[in-house]
Design a protein around this ligand. Structure first.
Ligand code: NDP
Ligand code: GDR
Length: 337
């Protein structure tokens, strides 16, 4: 019998890659999706299995991280071997506009899920999607021993989720781990995060559909990795004999400006001609520099990234150019890898 996993946030960037990875490994994958007034399954439509399929290994369930009873019922019914909590209001800028909602879903959502594991009485292993945003103002390089100093309601909520996970491990002997992941991107990255906003604009500007790109702080330093490689690290954390917490990062730094340079020059354009400043994209308190030290993950998980920021930018630009070509040609849009 293969293993069973439940993924919250399965419709997001990481959830979609993780679902693919686990299906390849022979898991039965259950995904928690929230009710939306329009379709929100674009990233997983290509792996959807209809009820006509005799043995479904990928099944979606409606629930919400704000609904603790639904979480208990789902866990009790599914009894998954592994639970990956990837669901969140994950946008840092938006968390300043919706702080309570972010605290509820991103922070309390984590403890609701932990408590639901306990209440349903199941034996499982739980992964909590913690974030480099927890380090916030603490200067780089950051590793598992670096003190937290969050700079947004999102960062504060993730710190709560982090400590709740540690606490349930200590208090109830639960196999619960934190992956402290630094920024990771892909062609499936949400369109309002800065990398995808840039690569999507590059494709549209090149095609003559757009002539300006409005951005905020170009001096922020981030450690950008490639999402498909990062979901592999999540899985490896749950295969260890002992539960522990790990930083996952490339160790390489780049500014938003440097990302712009690589992305625009890849299609022969000069970013400075098109990019304009809009203070609306500034945060009330910014995280200046995040650069991770993932040596523990390399040593104990055998995990090492191979895609670095320059290649990442090119992968994303190529995918956005191809996607736009499909759209303009009126052909079916290909699945973003
Ligand atoms: P996305 O924003 O792409 O996906 C977030 C997912 O959470 C979506 O599936 C979304 O559903 C779901 N969600 C939102 N609100 C709720 C809710 N109330 N109940 C249930 N599900 C909900 O994030 P990523 O895939 O990029 O990130 C995955 C996780 O990792 C998040 O927790 C994020 O905070 C964290 N993280 C991400 C990093 C990154 O660089 N990508 C780095 C470190 C941590 P819908 O599709 O309907 O909106
Ligand atoms: P981040 O990612 O806040 O690091 O959180 P984002 O791409 O939103 O911002 C990165 C940096 O770029 C600057 N920036 C802009 N950002 C956005 N979104 N839009 C702009 O127009 C813009 N202009 C400049 C930002 O100020 C920031 O410094 C991501 C999310 O995936 C979190 O969920 C995750 O936890 C962290 O990464 C690690």
């Amino acid at each position: 019998m293969g293993k069973t996993a439940l993924i919250t946030g399965v419709t997001g960037q990481d959830g979609s890659y993780l679902a693919e990875l686990l299906l390849e490994k022979g898991y039965t994958v259950h995904g928690l999706i929230r009710r939306s007034s329009s379709f929100n399954t674009e990233r997983i439509d290509h792996i959807y299995q209809g009820p006509d399929q005799p043995e479904r290994s990928f099944v979606l369930h409606h629930a919400d991280l704000s609904d603790g009873v639904a979480l208990v019922n789902l866990l009790r019914d599914l009894r998954p071997d592994e639970v990956y909590n990837l669901g969140a209001q994950s946008h840092v800028r938006v968390s300043f506009d919706a702080p309570l909602y972010t605290g509820d879903v991103t922070g309390l959502g984590a403890i609701r899920l932990l408590e639901a594991v306990r209440a349903s009485g199941i034996e499982t292993r739980l992964y909590q999607a913690s974030s480099s945003e927890m380090f916030g103002a603490t200067p780089p390089p950051q590793n598992e021993r670096t003190p937290f100093h969050p700079r947004s309601p999102y960062g504060c909520a993730k710190v709560f989720g982090y400590w709740a996970t540690v606490n349930y491990r200590e208090a109830y002997d639960m196999f619960a781990v934190n992956g402290i992941l630094f920024n990771h991107e892909s062609p499936r990255r949400g369109e309002t995060f800065v990398t995808r906003k840039i690569t999507r604009a590059v494709a549209r500007i090149k095609a003559g559909l757009q002539d300006r790109l409005y951005l905020g702080n170009l001096d922020a330093v981030r450690d950008w990795g490639y999402a498909p490689e990062y979901v592999e690290a999540m899985w490896r954390m749950l295969q260890r004999d002992v539960p522990d917490d790990y930083v996952v990062a490339t160790g390489e730094a780049a500014t938003v400006r440097q990302f712009l340079e690589v992305a625009f020059s890849h299609v022969g354009l000069d970013w400075a001609e098109f990019v304009r400043y809009d203070p609306k994209y500034e945060r009330p308190s910014e995280v200046d520099a995040l650069i991770g030290d993932a040596s523990k993950a390399e040593e104990l998980l055998g995990w090492k990234p191979s895609v670095r920021v320059r290649e990442l930018a090119r992968i994303m630009v190529d995918a956005d150019v191809a996607r736009l070509e499909d759209e303009l040609a009126g052909t079916a849009v290909r699945v973003d890898r």
